[in-house]
Structure formats: C-alpha cells, structure tokens
Design a binder for this molecule. Structure first.
Ligand SMILES: NC(=O)c1ccc[n+]([C@@H]2O[C@H](COP(=O)([O-])OP(=O)(O)OC[C@H]3O[C@@H](n4cnc5c(N)ncnc54)[C@H](O)[C@@H]3O)[C@@H](O)[C@H]2O)c1
Length: 264
C-alpha cells in the first residue's frame, strides 16, 4: 500500500515549481489530483503527475477570485466525493523599499500569497469538517520567519501565512484537521529563475547559495518530500508546525573561520 493511496489532493499553483513537484510526489504515492493555477499546465511535473495518477482535474483560475474558488472546490467535491489534502502553493515574489512600493503592488502580493491561502482554506474546510479529517499544507518561506533585504511585501505575506497556519491548527484540531506550513529556503524553480535570470544577478545568486549551509539551492523534490510527509499519516501528530526546509539557511551565521583553518 502506498502512502497516499486513494487520497484526494487539491493543489494550488499546480502548474509550476513546488506545486507541480508536490503533485508528482503525491501521484507516485497513489493520490488523485485536483490542480488550480492561473496558467494552464504545459508539460513538466504536473503533466507527469496526471499521467501517473488514477484520476485528475485541472482548472485555470485566480486564487484572488472567491467565486472561482468556490466553483472549483464544488467541482472537486462532486467529482471525487472528498478532499483529503490542500496544498496552497500559488504565490508570487515581489517587494522593494517600502517608501518606493506602490500600494497596488503591496495589495497584489498580499492578495495572492496571504488572502489566496485564506480563500482556499475557507472553501475547502467545510468538506474537511464534514469528513472529520484533512491535512492543509501552506507554502510559507524562510522569509516568513526572518527578514530579508528588499522583500518587504513578500515577507509580510509569508509571515502572515505562518501565523494563519498556527491559528487554523488551533481552531480545527478537534475536527480532525491538521494545518502546517513549509518554510523553504531558496529553491530552484521558475519563481527563483525570474529573480536570478539576469546575468548581473550571478554574484548575488552565488552569495545566496553560500548562505545555505549546504552550499547550494534546494531542489523542488526536496520540498515535495516535506509536503508528502505532512500530507500522509506519518505526520499524524504534527499540526501547527512551520517546517523549515532550507539547507541550513536559518541555522545561523558562518564567517569562513572553518575555511581559514583549512577545514573546508
Ligand atoms: N522557489 C523558492 O525559492 C521558494 C522559497 C520559499 C517559498 N516559496 C513559495 O512556494 C510557493 C511556490 O513557489 P514556486 O517557486 O513553485 O513558484 P512558481 O512560480 O514556479 O509557481 C507558482 C505558481 O503559482 C501560480 N500563481 C501565481 N499567481 C497566481 C494566482 N493569482 N492564482 C493562481 N495561481 C497563481 C503561478 O502561475 C505558478 O504556476 C510560493 O508560494 C512561493 O512563495 C518558494
């Protein structure tokens, strides 16, 4: 028996990066899939996942659109009869100096990353309450637990996701619903490639890699494996947790003394 046999997993941001990688990992463990994303999924992990899964649905839509979310969740419930796992992975990276940040840009980031997570939880919770079971996994970030240069709106949104996760874990535990978030370090996905695509950013990317104690960026599957753990029964006593998966990015500081001593 596989770890997610017959479980219904709804994943936002399913067309790319960490959402698609989670879909693939879940499908490999027997889950059926419902994907939601602004963009149609073309190839990649989502296509491989749906080829593997016994059944799947996909809908193009915006996580800021409460009506579209309600309609999709109703469609998923009608088709599969239940929703066991919700992964909120849709998100955008943005920010800047606060004194230069347009209020519209602030709203866009908060609305997608934080309000979108709230809206999907809100829509899926009635099914999970009825079932008296469910696992919700929100994609937060290391930037939701500590500050970062020039990413004000993003960090505020992810800090909000971390606390929303804890609050929901408290409010729904007695209904059999677990709520956790993952705080990834820098993972090599299209979101990150957008930031580092510019050759001028090479020197920054090297510094970012170095700030991970393991000396590299993370791989999408390394986050998908954490999502799989939180989705399945192996994590049955884990709720309200922010699981940092960051190659040591938040472990502390490293000044190169080991290198000076010839240890590295
Ligand atoms: N990649 C990283 O280094 C990293 C690190 C920490 C946290 N995260 C978080 O993980 C999540 C996934 O990031 P990723 O790296 O896979 O990014 P990605 O850009 O590869 O995928 C994000 C997906 O979200 C979708 N999306 C964006 N806005 C949407 C909207 N309004 N409605 C519906 N879908 C929308 C995009 O179309 C895309 O398919 C995000 O929440 C991100 O903040 C990523």
């Amino acid at each position: 028996m596989s770890r997610m046999d017959g479980k219904v997993a709804l994943i936002t941001g399913a067309a790319s990066g960490l959402g698609a990688a989670s879909a693939l990992r879940f499908a490999q463990e027997g889950a059926v899939l419902a994907g939601f994303d602004l963009n149609e999924a073309e190839g990649g992990d989502w296509a491989t996942a749906t080829a593997l899964a016994k059944d799947s649905l996909f809908e193009a839509g915006d996580v800021r659109d409460a009506d579209a979310i309600a309609a999709f969740v109703a469609r998923v419930r009608e088709h599969f009869g239940r929703i066991d796992v919700l992964v909120n992975s849709a998100g955008v990276g943005a920010g800047g100096y606060v004194h230069l940040l347009e209020p519209e840009e602030w709203d866009r980031v908060i609305d997608i990353n934080l309000k979108g997570t709230f809206l999907f939880c809100r829509a899926v919770l009635p099914a999970m309450i009825e079932q008296k079971s469910g696992s919700i996994i929100n994609l937060a970030s290391v930037e939701g637990v500590e500050g970062m240069e020039l990413t004000s709106a993003y960090n505020a949104s992810k800090g909000g996701v971390v606390l929303l996760t804890k609050n929901m874990a408290i409010d729904y535990a007695r209904q059999g619903i677990r709520v956790n978030c993952i705080c990834p370090g820098f993972i090599d996905t299209p979101l990150l490639q957008d930031v580092f695509g510019n050759p001028e950013m090479k020197v920054i990317q090297d510094k970012v890699k170095d700030a991970h104690m393991l000396g590299r960026l993370g791989k999408p599957v390394e986050i998908a494996n954490a999502a799989l753990f939180l989705a399945c029964e192996e994590s049955s006593f884990v709720t309200g947790h922010s699981l940092v998966v960051d190659g040591g990015f938040t472990a502390g500081h490293r000044f190169g003394i080991g290198k000076m001593l010839g240890f590295e």
